[in-house]
Design a protein around this ligand. Structure first.
Ligand code: NIG
Ligand code: FE
Length: 415
């Protein structure tokens, strides 16, 4: 397979042809000798080149020969904490010396130490630090990303994080969805007063930041070292009243009933899930909640309990995969590496892994009508890969086969 780079085209119009296409990201449903016609940033037609309607053949659109490379929808990273100050390499050293993630959190390290660094950083510096990580994700074909707040834990710093997330979306060729994670940890000034902090989240932070247009969804860290089910419920009740969809960090370190609560609120997704039970899975099926699996966090905190893949399959729960990019449990900026890890660590199939970063990731964001599928009428967000088979996207670790990214008809930055 020739490796010469596909030309970057700065146009919202064109025909990409001589391609192999997986329109839904599924390697079992592909079109060979295929073409995509893009007009005005939107896919006007997609299919086998031999069947292209005459109006497009005759159209005077620039043609791009893809040289039989593979095309998939732009990748979606549906769970990230990309915006934060500093890093936690020192804590990593402590963990290597034997301390657990929970012990460090209980000693006042963990999330709270990133909160200190994030409060201290000005907006410009936070933007620069996150931009570096975003650029790495985009170079691997990410065109849509979710970014959470949750390292501010006061109104002003949560606002700063969400504003930086929005600015990243305005500055880079990527669609950003923001999630308010005010209930991520109890801030130091509320130590021992978690309920009073939840009052602040519910009565002030959430309504104000929503009114400022900074929130697309609401998340809670419901866990023995996070917030209780009752506290999480209060946050979800306010979110629902404001018309905001909810999602949850659930069943990561223990099972305290997080998923059961999330499904009562028809959560878009529950994320992590190492301690998920069959009763939880049945509830997820009824509420249409997506399972977001985060192999980077599983790997980095050296978790040994696996999310229950067989149960999720048996009950036909859509599974998404994400980086969970964050300084404490998953300091990664490679969604392709997560594909690899979901297969090697969780024994997912390549097809499950690829759906996990396309169609099912779009479902986890509640945006399946806009992302994760290449079809006429959809925005032209797609990636051209220099691979012989799509399995290579999960097979390599460290090699980036992304040859070009077309986003809304405009080429993004690819390596
Ligand atoms: O997704 N579990 C809680 N939140 C993050 C970790 C945040 C941190 O340690 O900074 C997670 O794993
Ligand atoms: Fe997370």
């Amino acid at each position: 397979m020739p490796q010469s780079p596909v030309k970057q085209v700065q146009s919202a119009y064109g025909i990409w042809h001589n391609a192999r296409i997986a329109p839904a990201g599924n390697p079992d449903q592909t079109i060979s000798d295929a073409a995509i016609v893009v007009r005005n940033g939107v896919i006007a037609w997609i299919g086998s080149e031999a069947e292209m309607p005459a109006e497009f053949i005759d159209a005077r659109l620039p043609r791009h020969d893809v040289a039989n490379r593979w095309i998939t929808p732009g990748l979606i990273d549906c769970h990230t904490h990309l915006v934060y100050g500093g890093n936690r390499a020192d804590e990593f050293a402590l963990r290597l010396a034997g301390a657990s993630y929970e012990e460090i959190a209980r000693r006042g390290g963990g999330i709270v130490s990133t909160v200190r660094a994030t409060r201290e950083a000005d907006e410009e510096s936070l933007f620069r630090q996150a931009a570096r990580r975003l650029e790495a994700l985009l170079a691997e074909g990410v065109t849509t990303i979710e970014i959470k707040s949750g390292y501010g834990l006061d109104l002003q710093t949560e606002r700063k994080m969400l504003r930086v997330a929005r600015r990243l979306g305005a500055s880079y060729p990527v669609t950003v969805y923001t999630t308010f994670l005010g209930a991520h940890a109890v801030p130091p000034e509320y130590q021992g007063r978690a309920d009073a902090y939840i009052d602040l989240v519910c009565n002030e932070m959430l309504p104000v930041l929503h009114a400022e247009g900074l929130i697309d969804a609401v998340d809670v860290f419901c866990e023995n070292i996070g917030f209780s089910v009752a506290q999480s419920e209060r946050v979800f009740a306010v979110a629902s009243k404001l018309g905001l969809p909810v999602k949850m960090h659930a069943d990561q370190l223990s099972n305290i009933g997080a998923t059961q609560l999330a499904t009562r609120f028809k959560a878009l997704s529950v994320d992590h899930l190492e301690h998920l039970s069959e009763a939880d899975v049945i509830e997820m099926q009824q509420s249409g909640t997506v399972a977001v699996l985060l192999p980077g966090a599983y790997y980095f905190i050296r978790e040994t309990k696996q999310p229950p893949l067989e149960l999720l399959r048996r009950h036909r729960i859509p599974m998404a995969i994400s980086t969970d990019s964050n300084p404490g449990t998953s300091p990664t900026t490679s969604l392709l590496l997560m594909l690899n890890m979901s297969c090697t660590l969780f024994r997912m199939t390549v097809a499950e892994a690829l759906l996990g970063v396309t169609g099912n990731a779009a479902l986890a964001l509640g945006k399946a009508d806009r992302h994760g599928l290449l079809a006429a009428g959809r925005a032209a967000d797609f990636v051209i890969w220099s691979v012989d088979s799509l399995a290579e996207l999960a097979y390599w670790s460290g090699l980036n086969p992304c040859s070009a990214v077309v986003r809304c008809g405009l080429s993004g930055k690819a390596t």
